[in-house]
Design a binder for this molecule. Sequence first.
Ligand code: ACO
Length: 459
Amino acid sequence: MNNGTDKSWPPHVGIVALEIYFPSQYVDQTELEEFDGVSGGKYTIGLGQSKMGFCSDREDINSLCLTVVKNLMEKHNIGYEKIGRIEVGTETILDKSKSVKSVLMQLFEASGNTDIEGVDTTNACYGGTAALFNSLSWVESSAWDGRYALVVAGDIAVYASGAARPTGGAGAVAMLVGPNAPLVIERGLRASHSAHVYDFYKPDLESEFPRVDGKLSIQCYLSSLDKCYKRFSEKAKAKNSETISLESFDGILFHSPYCKLVQKSLARLLLNDAISLPEADVKSKYSDLESIRSVKLEDTYFDRDVETKVVSSSKKIFEGKTKPSLHLANQVGNMYTPSVYGGLVSYLASKTEAQLVDNRVCVFSYGSGLQASMYSIRICKANGQLTKLLGGISDVNSRLDSRKKIQPALFEKTMTLRQEVHHKAPYVPVEPVADFFPGTYYLESVDDMHRRKYTRKMK
Ligand code: ACO
């Protein structure tokens, strides 16, 4: 391994292993439609959501991250001394000073490894991508000492009751970053867009709920997608003389606030292609889109005619390249920072190793406020590492299926309890832990100094 003194960059830097955690309980979106008194199909068809994972008073951002890191380290048998950096991306803020990263250090105590860089990063759903980029930079820097970086993205996504509530969710992803990885992040090929907007933000530090301007947040998401795709295409042209289009990728993954927006986003990339590709290409490949080549992207965020046309034209591409990445998003909901990485897990879990090798995957990450990026991943065998990576996530679908369904009335009661006890100290949680997955950390108590203590459920 490069010990950091070599001037050349380490090869194939990317994701070596990954793990996902989501709560063992969910509310069914059809039952929630009925309970909320909205028209049947609004959440399931209109938003494209089937189930929503949620946490009781037993879980918080620290416990989610403890669980996912411990499970990753155990599954892949990684020694704690092998980690040199930890980056946590989250917008679930329990403490304005003490980082989640520092809480994770309790897992490292027995190893004696305290020489670990990195802290937490926050910008809505984007923090996990910032954490990933920071970790890739560390591995490619003069400060790298040959050890792995650990990227953790976790959130509890809860909204006040109303239109946004069915777009909640919860979960955490941990990713081991290093050289010679099976999921290689393409070097020198990233595009970002950042701007100052109040589309979704959390100014009330006493509450878990965001302030959200739903329509503005959708417009910001779609306009960021347009900008990132254009810049990514320009960079690919400059770097490799490559013309980017939907055909450039085997998989196209998005941050998923709700699945319907992702389908519209894939369609929007087709609209971008129809506008930017040479006329002859559009004529031969997408003749039905010739009539909308002259539209201005910024006039079309809520243009129903254009949307219907591109959604219909891109249906096959969506089903092949994007839908497989939406299983966790559909079954758990928006997990905020881990959402797009849940997309990566779903995509990987939907195919065999042979189908995945040599795939090129496009990733779009969005965080309100706003910050967005597009980058790409090349999948390779990496000397057996891909087999190990896939083995680690092979239980995802059985875990999803073994969750417990909770009635909407009890879900509402749990949301109210979380609201009442958020930041309460001292506090001893009251909800049961019997149905937690084995290996789940949960909150045991909060003392009168707001210090939190966690226990792990073993069986
Ligand atoms: N059957 C089928 N579809 C239906 C039905 C029904 N019975 N009823 C409504 N719908 C459709 C609507 O036509 C609409 O479709 P469209 O999006 O194609 O127009 C869709 O369901 C949603 O219904 P609306 O009434 O338009 O929207 P609503 O007031 O329910 O709010 C919103 C939806 C804005 C997404 C809300 O849930 C929200 O604010 N969520 C949080 C913000 C968010 O996720 N933003 C995205 C990016 S930022 C982020 O990641 C947090």
